[in-house]
Design a protein around this ligand. Structure first.
Ligand code: ZN
Ligand code: ZN
Ligand code: ZN
Length: 159
């Protein structure tokens, strides 16, 4: 946890056991939802409230220690790979998510064809499709229930 300790300090975030555990959880499982991370953090430090996890994820995101991605129809997900404006490829069926570097070069998406005078710092690009496991019919190991953008489950009550 020493690396996270330094990282938090460097970004001016007060170091607490909860924040360290949440950083560790985000690093261990990139693109996880807050609910998944709550389970992971409980496995590390025991009890923590869902609200505390949400609040801390917000603080860490604001301080640019982690990045929040918000795919259409899915719960927000978090990752520790920040600052490179990479993109995501998401399976429509099981929600499996992988990182994709910019297709052309380092960060060409940040150069809009017409910026309209805005100072642009992020371009959110999501590629949707079906992962190899879903194309095989085997499905992915860990389906994420709240991530199905195309066929909402009747009666499902996602936040
Ligand atoms: Zn899939
Ligand atoms: Zn990513
Ligand atoms: Zn790009």
């Amino acid at each position: 946890m020493a690396e996270f300790n330094n990282l938090l300090r460097k970004h001016g975030v007060q170091v607490t056991a909860q924040r360290l555990a949440i950083m560790a959880a985000v690093t261990q499982r990139p693109h996880a939802t807050a609910d998944q991370l709550t389970d992971d953090v409980r496995a590390i430090i025991g009890s923590i409230s869902r609200q505390a996890v949400y609040d801390t994820l917000g603080v860490l995101t604001d301080k640019h220690l982690i990045r929040r991605i918000q795919p259409a129809g899915s719960a927000a997900r978090y990752e520790d790979r920040v600052g490179d404006n990479h993109h995501h490829l998401i399976c429509r069926d099981c929600g499996a998510t992988v990182d994709i570097d910019c297709a052309v070069d380092a960060e060409p998406c940040l150069t809009a064809s017409d910026g309209h005078g805005y100072v642009i710092d992020e371009a959110e690009v999501v590629y949707w499709g079906r992962c190899p496991s879903c194309c095989d019919g085997t499905g992915a190991a860990e389906p994420i229930p709240s991530s199905h953008p195309t066929i909402p489950l009747p009666g499902a009550n996602h936040v």
